[in-house]
Ligand binder design. Structure first.
Ligand code: IPM
Ligand code: MN
Length: 368
């Protein structure tokens, strides 16, 4: 297959983790006989420095023409002056909005070898396998806002079609998995949540009668995620709640550095598959940037999702995920998931990328 992938490394640890994901994609191309044309673009703070905007026209054009987008991270103290008019974060938010990528899919899986790396007890997280579907182009992130020094506000708006399409996508996902969907809101306080709850209930009742369904309030959900994470399958929620709950959920997997994501929408690429954006859920971690300490696995696992959803390469995606599992099983760790005295070895960002490539070569994937 011939595919074009836009690569937007961004700021902080973005470039170093993305480099390893690209290394893995190139190894996949070689091993399975594909041609991936990678086109790099600027985004976030480094784009502000260079072009005065976090999402230059060229970058947007690149993303719109590509079959998929691999994204690193944006942001950092250099650009976080509260008076700043342009912010690096507008880079990723603008991409989600312009590409109409309304569903941010964040799978949380516990790798058996990392059970001990979590701050939670093994019996709580053993076997956790859930997916959060976070609405990504609406809600509090995109409502009207005003910012004064004495008064400021943000607005939280959801419309019926916005709720319908994301719940539909989550329902389809639940149907392919274990058939259990939870919708998370704050309907005891917020009007937008009451609409969310009403519409979500309607969509599931009418279109997914076979899916077991429940509404849970977001504060209670925050608790259930830590107390009984193994009970959940697919969780669908709004933009802000999804942002918070997925950072929390990352602790089930041992580290924020382990969670990949795929953001999908209605737009299709040349293969008739979703033109998705793939990114680790972690941020730019400016405090460790450039030191080779960052965990590239979230980015590498995001590349696996890219292969699966935007290129339809299931076997290749599974091979990457397997290679990650094997590298972890072999005892390879980055600093964030290091376990002292357990037969493990702490690697740099690049060494971890190379370790995954090495295991890719030795996995069961077909070779040409
Ligand atoms: C994420 C990030 C972004 C978000 C930031 C960088 C704007 O935290 O992808 O979760 O809040 O969506
Ligand atoms: Mn976040």
């Amino acid at each position: 297959m011939n595919a074009t992938i836009a690569v937007l490394p961004g700021d902080g640890i973005g470039p170093e983790v993305t480099r390893e994901a690209v290394r893995v994609l190139q190894a996949v191309a070689q091993q399975f006989g594909h041609t991936f044309t990678l086109k790099e673009g600027h985004v976030g703070g480094e784009a502000i420095d260079r072009w005065g905007t976090p999402l230059p026209e060229d970058t947007l054009g690149l993303a719109l023409q590509a079959d998929a987008v691999l994204f690193g991270a944006v942001g950092g103290p250099k650009w976080s002056d509260p008076r700043a008019k342009v912010r690096p974060e507008q880079g990723i938010l603008g991409l989600r909005k312009h590409l109409e990528l309304f569903a941010n899919i964040r799978p949380v899986r516990v790798f058996p070898d990392l059970v001990e790396a979590s701050t939670l007890r093994p019996e709580v997280i053993q076997g956790v396998d859930l997916v959060v579907v976070r609405e990504a182009t609406g809600g509090l992130y995109f409502g009207a806002r005003e910012e004064g020094t004495e008064r400021a506000y943000d607005t939280l708006i959801y419309t019926r079609p916005e709720v319908e399409r994301v719940v539909r996508l989550a329902g389809e996902l639940a149907r392919k998995r274990r058939g259990y969907l939870v919708s998370v809101d704050k309907a005891n306080v917020l009007a937008s949540s009451r609409l969310w709850r009403h519409v979500a209930g309607e969509v599931v009742r009418e279109e997914f009668p076979d899916v077991r369904f429940e509404h849970i309030l977001v504060d209670a959900m925050a608790m259930h995620l830590i107390r009984r994470p193994g009970d959940f399958d697919v969780i669908v929620t709004g933009n802000m709640f999804g942002d918070i709950l997925t950072d929390e959920a990352s602790m089930l997997a041992g580290s924020l550095g382990m969670l990949p994501s795929a953001t999908l929408g209605a737009s299709q690429n040349r293969f008739g598959l979703p033109r998705g954006l793939y990114e680790p859920i972690h941020g730019s971690a400016p405090d460790i940037a450039g030191q080779g300490k960052a965990n590239p696995l979230a980015s590498i696992l995001s590349a696996a999702l890219l292969l699966r959803y935007s290129l339809g390469l299931e076997e290749e995606a599974a091979a990457v995920e397997q290679a990650v599992e094997q590298a972890l099983h072999r005892g390879y760790r980055t600093a964030d998931i290091a376990q002292v005295g357990q037969g493990t070895q702490t690697l740099s960002t690049e060494e971890m990328g190379r370790a995954v490539v090495e295991h890719l070569g030795s996995s069961t994937g077909k070779t040409r």
